[in-house]
Design a protein around this ligand. Structure first.
Ligand SMILES: [Zn+2]
Length: 313
């Protein structure tokens, strides 16, 4: 890694534009790049952890479910009927996990456990995302936002490995959101009401996307600094995959639903009184807990980590 070099480049760059920063402040794009670097430095210091036995897995799921309740996202936790590793066929490289409301089954991509090219990846964040779905939340952006705050709260409480998972998400999502801005001219927006998800089709949409080559170059410097050579090769391969054929039309929407809007939601909440999510979250759909007061959706644990990493409001 070339972190020292990057830190120097950032310091020099910030010194050069220092006067401008006083008047306008850094752009969201620049703040995302700085966040990715800061999260990566902290990520490298953390130990990994994952359940190794059925009992550990069960205890982990219980801890997650009760954390949802303690966060005020739900009333009584719902333990799904089934948890399986699954073959996703032609979607084997697109889908990390699923939740079937009809069967009440959480699925995790079997490649996490059988495919050497996936086994180094963390599946705990995917499991937590699907467990949020199992509580009745269906909107992808909202589900991912609540998953992130849950991971942050478990990390702050000292649950093993959760800080590593959280910081990995933050560095990757900050880079993903920066890519969305640089590659597509996308807006860093937290409005989740229309965020589609994996199978959103965008007929004729790509013509409106504009690539900012200067931002792409800036992003590339950060990607090469944050990712190890192995991580960079895999990230590049994934970008080639997502930019191929029909997936190329869908990728902006995948990023939008799973990365940009959750990231914008938590960073805005971090800068808001009480760290509450914005108005759009009144649209959160709850299958369980009907008629029972839940919320407010407070992102205070994620805000705590962002502050720690130097996110400026
Ligand atoms: Zn989902």
């Amino acid at each position: 890694m070339k972190k020292k070099l990057l830190a120097l480049v950032l310091t020099v760059a910030m010194t050069i534009i220092g006067v401008k920063q006083v008047t306008t402040g850094p752009s969201t794009f620049d703040k995302l790049l700085e966040l990715a670097v800061a999260a990566d430095v902290a990520y490298d210091l953390e130990e990994e952890w994952a359940p190794k036995t059925q009992a550990e897995l069960h205890n982990f799921i219980i801890a997650v479910l009760y954390q949802f309740a303690e966060e005020g996202f739900i009333g009584d936790p719902h333990y799904p009927t089934g948890l399986r590793s699954m073959e996703y066929g032609v979607y084997r490289s697109s889908i990390s996990g699923t939740y079937s409301p009809t069967e009440d089954v959480v699925g995790l991509n079997i490649r996490y456990f059988t495919d050497p090219s996936w086994m180094l990846q963390d599946w705990l964040a995917t499991l937590i995302h699907e467990l949020v779905h199992a509580q009745g939340f269906m909107n992808e952006a909202q589900t991912e936002t609540l998953a992130q705050e849950t991971i942050a709260s478990m990390a702050n409480l000292g649950f093993p490995g959760m800080r590593k998972v959280l910081l990995d998400n933050i560095r990757r999502d900050a880079i993903g959101a920066a890519y969305y801005i640089a590659r597509y001219g996308g807006t860093f927006s937290s409005n989740t009401s229309e965020a589609g998800g994996l199978f959103t089709r965008c007929i004729g949409c790509p013509s409106k996307w504009n690539t900012d080559e200067a931002k792409m170059a800036q992003l590339q410097v950060v990607r090469e600094s944050v990712y190890t050579p192995e991580e960079l090769r895999r990230s590049d391969a994934r970008l080639r995959y997502w930019n191929t054929g029909d997936r190329g039309n869908n990728y902006p929407y995948v990023l939008d639903a799973y990365v940009v809007r959750p990231m914008a939601g938590v960073t805005e909440a971090a800068c808001r009184e009480g760290n509450l999510l914005g108005e759009q979250y009144v649209r959160i759909i709850r299958r369980l807990n009907e008629g029972r007061p839940v919320g407010p959706y407070k992102m205070d644990d994620f805000a705590y980590v962002l502050r720690d990493l130097g996110w400026s409001c």
